[in-house]
Design a protein around this ligand. Structure first.
Ligand code: SAJ
Length: 414
């Protein structure tokens, strides 16, 4: 049985390791975080992702996966570590450290795969270079080197790891074929082979395409304010066109990918005034717009209290990384505006999370920031009884406008 060593037990690494362990490989999951290793060794997962824990428990109990702080000699090494943003540039320190941690174990004919979203050139010029400097082994000649990005949607990772098509770039054709063979053990989608740099750029392009489209929708919401028309009606009608698909405006663009990946495209080229950078500026400005709207809606109220519903970066996920709600809460705090948060899904947020009633009690404005299904059927009458002033700012078109206005709410939307 071939052995795979997966470096980085995060949102992508752990589910990916489980899929390989469940499909014929002996897997070693490696992470530098002792708490993660201890939690996994106790049989539970540290990631809030549906379907993950049962898959992990199965392969862990069947001893098809083990976890450790250190890599071991293996046939295949897969790097799935974070590539956070360091002010408009990729912080590749995790990729560098992961490459250094496996370099001493690489032997002839091993397969090394980078999955972490990275600027074009990283696989060869960072991972390949470190392995060569340590072992003298050349990629393509002595071992196989490939880049295989994922495109799974948080909240549906297990399903999408299997169903989605994948793009794989090899440093040479055989490296690509070797990587394709491995992923074919569980990927049911089509696997397309191309070169390294193309694949590295494709991953960034996918998310940048979405960021630019989100910026169009967010800017359109401001233009509709200028015209005094309803953005949601505009989008509904425009999307009736067979080839128009305008996304929904929101309070900003969060997550650990969409707001970050566009910068990876721009960092290694000398091109100014790009649409890509302008789109980032528009999306990053949305939290300021929301705060302006909030302040305007409570400007005539003494010591107003704001109820914020939802602080994850999007609906039905616990992840609060790069969430627009974080910058909105920071801005309200800086202006000494009292706010209370209700989010039954989010985990590890900077501010205290209250419950439904405490958040709404005596409040003057309900700001719907994220439309979690976990709210369940919200009783509008209960909201009426709890709030001091019946005002709602709905940044996701979540509530029923007519129902709100029937209950005498002053209802505003993005
Ligand atoms: N958002 C809106 N309006 C919309 C859709 C999204 O405001 O109509 C906001 C969300 O609230 C969120 C942000 O955009 O704050 C990003 O959410 P998302 O669902 O667009 O993207 P992610 O980050 O959850 O997942 C994306 C996906 N990429 C694409 O859809 C092109 C996923 O396939 C990737 O695998 C993932 O990034 C990643 O890890 O790269």
């Amino acid at each position: 049985m071939e052995k795979i060593c997966v470096i980085g037990m995060g949102y992508i690494g752990l589910p990916t390791a489980c899929m390989f362990a469940n499909n014929g490989f002996e897997v070693l999951g490696v992470d530098i975080d002792e708490d993660i290793i201890n939690k996994l060794n106790s049989g539970s997962v540290h990631i809030d992702e549906p379907e993950l824990e049962p898959v992990f428990n199965k392969v862990f109990n069947d001893k098809k996966i083990k976890v450790s702080l250190k890599p071991e000699k293996s046939d295949i090494f897969i790097i799935t570590v974070p590539t956070p943003l360091n002010f408009k540039e990729a912080d590749l320190s995790y990729v560098i450290n992961a490459s250094k941690s496996i370099a001493e174990y690489i032997t002839q004919n091993n397969i090394v795969i980078l999955e972490s979203t990275s600027p074009p050139g990283t696989t060869e010029d960072v991972v390949g270079k470190i392995i060569f400097e340590t072992s003298g082994l050349k990629p393509g000649k002595d071992y196989y080197l490939a880049f295989c990005p994922e495109r799974v949607l948080p909240g549906k990772i297990i399903k999408e790891l299997v169903d989605n098509d994948r793009i794989i770039g090899g440093i040479d054709e055989l490296s690509g074929l070797k990587a394709k063979e491995i992923y074919s053990s569980f990927v049911k989608g089509d696997i397309y082979l191309t070169d390294l740099k193309t694949t590295e750029l494709v991953k960034l392009v996918e998310n940048t395409f979405r960021d630019v489209n989100l910026a169009f929708s967010n800017e359109l919401s401001l233009i509709c304010d200028d015209y005094g028309v309803d953005i949601w009606k505009i989008i509904e009608m425009a999307n009736k066109h067979p080839r128009v698909n305008i996304l929904n405006p929101g309070p900003g663009v969060g997550g650990h990918c969409i707001p970050i990946d566009p910068w990876f495209i721009l960092q290694n080229i000398d091109r100014k005034n790009t649409l890509i950078e302008k789109a980032r500026e528009i999306n990053d400005n949305m939290p300021y717009i929301v705060v302006e709207k909030i302040l305007n809606l409570v400007k005539d109220i003494e010591n107003p209290k704001i109820s914020i519903f939802g602080v994850s970066y999007k609906e039905n996920v616990a992840d609060t990384r790069e969430s627009p709600a974080l910058s909105i809460c920071d801005k309200l705090k800086n202006k000494n505006i009292n706010f209370s948060i209700y989010d039954p899904v989010a985990s590890d947020f900077k501010y205290i999370l209250s419950n439904f009633s405490d958040s709404l009690k005596d409040s003057d404005l309900l700001v719907l920031m994220v439309g979690h299904e976990a709210y369940g059927k919200i009783d509008i009458k209960e909201i009426c009884n709890l709030m001091r002033t019946r005002k709602v700012l709905d940044t996701r078109n979540y509530f029923d406008k007519d129902l709100m206005e029937k209950e005498k709410f002053l209802y505003y939307r993005i």
